[in-house]
Design a protein around this ligand. Sequence first.
Ligand code: NAD
Ligand code: DAU
Length: 354
Amino acid sequence: MPHILVTGGAGFIGANFVLAWLRNSAADGVVNVDKLTYAGNRKTLSSLEGDSRHVFSQTDICDRGALDRLFATYQPRAVVHLAAESHVDRSIHGPGEFIQTNIVGTFTLLEAARAYWGSLEEPPKSAFRFLHVSTDEVFGSLDANDPQFSETTPYAPNSPYSASKAASDHLVRAYHHTYGLPVLTTNCSNNYGPYHFPEKLIPLTIANALAGKPLPVYGDGLNVRDWLYVGDHCSAIREVLACGRPGETYNVGGWNEKTNLDVVHTLCDLLDELHPKSGGSYRDQIQFVKDRPGHDRRYAIDARKLERELGWKPVETFETGLRKTVQWYLDNHAWVQDVMSGEYRNWVAKHYAA
Ligand code: NAD
Ligand code: DAU
């Protein structure tokens, strides 16, 4: 059976991608390469136990020898690279892991892929693809009236996280330009949906609301993000992998610009409807807290290239996607409790102490 090799497939987007891939396509198996950091969770993949189309390997993408063995064994027709340190606040507290995984890890994976690809005969050589999943944060911050980020917006990353992702994007680009490696890059806006680790705004708000804890809103709450349901991001990745032009980059977004306060209010209103609490609204738990250092004011994606060239459009609106997400967290309390382990509690204590 042909395989694709997915990195970071036990994380939020990676696991959603692997689950959807195996639901939608019987043609390729998945070699799932994940180090299982605090953000990786095998329980998310438990429905794949016993499914011979899914091979899981607990591997660090900085381990060249292990990567070479995986390429040699499974001869993947493509790589979908999602493994990363992904949380901006953690990158501010400790950037080292971000440099290691996002830059050194991507470099190591590119080197392993280049060696493997170089050894292929035609036609598999021309058909091979390396799809790098990146972020809109590499473009920096927009003012209220600026046009959205397009594929030609200059890079201006502002946090250690976004700088490390920008560095990885540049490496991927260079491997195409210099070596001809058939790469594709996607730059996506903020995702939300099932299996989202509760350190990020949306799952943190839901988990804290249900636990009766404060709902922390940074600064004035008026920073803007452009939200995309994770299932729509996964369909965009599949589309770009199938039909994207090697060497091109594609912006992925949901046309859903919202202030953080709007997002938190909407979540509270949905919880008030779906899981009412006695004596008031979840909005009463909102607390404004110290701002994130260097907090980017606004992200917004112009996703017209992806629609024009590959016909991709998001299916979910913010309203339908958020309602599904809240319901998922209400129905999957055990998953949330499981990931809120000792390490998670240490992070919350350290980050929100002030
Ligand atoms: P996540 O933090 O939930 O998951 C990351 C996964 O990578 C985890 O399973 C982790 O164990 C694994 N990993 C970390 N370091 C590794 C290493 N050295 N070797 C192998 N595996 C390692 O992240 P996510 O939110 O699912 O994001 C996935 C990708 O999408 C990232 O590249 C991120 O930059 C990008 N992205 C995320 C968003 C978003 O809103 N979450 C938006 C745009 C792009
Ligand atoms: O734009 C894409 C990026 O989106 C991805 O590249 C990142 O991997 C992903 O984590 C996400 O980054 P953000 O920093 O935008 O996501 P986060 O959920 O951490 O924060 C969203 C907004 O909410 C941001 O403006 C900060 C704010 N926030 C966040 C937390 C955790 C709060 O106000 N309170 C909080 O407690």
